[in-house]
Design a protein around this ligand. Structure first.
Ligand code: ZN
Length: 138
């Protein structure tokens, strides 16, 4: 069995951003040489997500607006912020949007459903954070 590991680094300009990382993951699959297997893509921080959905700007706006309704940014609203942090909202947003995705690799390519793309969701950015790509297979 082959195994391949790669990290992607992010330092977003804004506190919250949604970034399409499909091309970088496809590149990693190519480098891995795996033709049949599985690809894990995993946010390595508890205030950012990796998720799969449509690459449509209106939808990304809807996600951020929906998350802001569920867990609005606030310095005073969250118990977590009693620790001196201000990112209680970002932990909740991350949990809703997910930690990681697994995509099958078939004939050397990511085996997506219609319109599926992989996204990095940042909810407490403006600092260096990373995503793990782990590929296993033959
Ligand atoms: Zn925190």
């Amino acid at each position: 069995m082959k195994s391949y590991t790669q990290y992607l680094w992010f330092n977003t300009k804004n506190r919250q951003e949604i970034i399409n990382i499909t091309a970088q993951v496809e590149e990693a699959v190519k480098k891995s040489g795996v033709k049949e297997g599985l690809c894990l893509v995993n946010a390595m921080h508890i205030t950012s997500s990796v998720f799969i959905n449509d690459d449509e700007g209106g939808l990304h706006h809807d996600f951020l607006e929906w998350l802001e309704k569920l867990a609005p940014y606030s310095k005073n609203k969250y118990r977590h912020n009693l620790t001196g942090e201000d990112n209680g909202d970002a932990h909740l947003k991350r949990t809703i949007m997910g930690r990681a995705v697994v995509v099958a690799i078939t004939q050397g390519r990511l085996d997506f459903g219609p319109w599926e793309q992989i996204f990095y969701g940042e909810f407490d950015g403006q600092r260096k954070k990373r995503v793990l790509i782990k590929i296993i297979g033959e």
